[in-house]
Design a protein around this ligand. Structure first.
Ligand code: NAD
Length: 295
């Protein structure tokens, strides 16, 4: 049994913390939102009054927060976890945040004698619920070895991506590919339709030809062809367009900092910005086909 402090018990953090309790760990959790606290209590999590209280005495602190500014505040702000947790505590941030914040917080942790991992996930709320998330992990070999058994409780695939920040780097690079390919698929299937080519026929051909890719095979944005597609459920997510928008913006921040030109990533970010600003953030990311179709 490990004593775990869990900070951020929202849509993802709530079920992740619950799975740790189910596996026999002691979890003391904190969230700013009363609803999240109430659900956590129902799930057997001991709830406490602050992030500091969750971290005090914990062997491992896990966080699942909205963005980089929240992660910086929780770990390095006034009364931050890094100043108050005991030396040797392992810190694991599972939020999706910018690479620079992840590296800055890990540097502060190392200076205070603590190991830290950035461990963003893919798999969504369903994966968090089922304990089948994929974790992309950045940090030292020692920290990875120490944290892996707990990540295995919450996920099915755990990949060590390299040193500090590399988990976040993997997440933004992967999701930039996904955003760009979804837009490409949407363009091709819309064009096929306008050319009088049946979209099912295009799928039959392209899914076995050089245009095939994971997004086409799993998240085809047109209905009635791929069973798992959100298109069959009025684009109920799935993976929300607002999340894709966030990840594409993070990819562009990272590209600017690294001095890399990613014109397709920039275009994908702009298209998702338009789509989300038009009130579509709650639809699945594959609904971007509506923007391409002009519907
Ligand atoms: P969420 O908004 O449901 O949960 C975040 C929680 O953090 C909220 O309950 C909020 O009250 C809490 N919080 C904010 N600041 C806090 C603070 N200072 N102290 C304590 N609690 C605080 O979001 P989510 O969907 O659970 O996503 C969490 C992270 O996981 C995000 O970074 C997101 O990008 C990433 N992610 C989400 C999904 C998804 O499908 N939801 C998939 C992959 C990755």
């Amino acid at each position: 049994m490990t004593d775990i402090g869990f900070i951020g018990l929202g849509n993802m953090g709530g079920p992740m913390a619950r799975n740790l309790v189910k596996a026999g760990h002691r979890v003391r959790g904190f969230d700013l939102a009363p609803d999240a606290i109430a659900t956590a209590k129902d799930n057997g999590i001991e709830t406490v009054a602050s992030a500091t209280e969750a971290a005090q005495g914990a062997e491992v602190v896990i966080s699942m927060l909205p963005a980089g500014q929240h992660v910086r505040a929780v770990y390095t702000g006034p009364d931050g976890v890094i100043g108050l947790a005991k030396k040797g505590t392992l810190l694991i941030d599972c939020s999706t945040i910018d690479v620079a914040s992840a590296r800055a917080v890990q540097e502060a942790a190392a200076a205070a004698g603590m190991e830290m991992l950035d461990a963003p996930v893919s798999g969504g709320v369903a994966g968090a619920d089922a304990g089948t998330l994929t974790f992309m992990v950045g940090g030292t070999d020692g920290a990875f070895g120490h944290g892996k058994p707990l990540l295995e409780v919450m996920g099915r695939t755990i990949v060590h991506a390299g040193g500090p920040g590399n988990g976040q780097a993997a997440k933004v690079c992967n999701n930039m590919i996904l955003g760009i390919t979804m837009i490409g698929i949407s363009e091709a299937f819309t064009l096929a339709d306008k050319l009088g080519l049946d979209q099912g026929k295009l799928f039959e051909i392209s899914s076995k030809a050089s245009g095939s890719c994971w997004a086409m095979l799993n998240h085809l944005p047109v209905p009635g062809i791929v069973e798992a597609s959100a298109a069959n459920r009025d684009y109920k997510p799935g993976f929300a367009a607002a999340m894709m928008h966030k990840d594409l913006k993070l990819s562009q921040e990272a590209a600017a900092q690294a001095g890399v030109a990613t014109p397709m990533g920039a275009e994908a970010a702009a298209l998702y910005t338009m789509f989300v600003n038009a009130g579509n953030g709650g639809l699945d990311y594959s609904a971007i086909i509506k923007l391409i179709r002009g519907t």
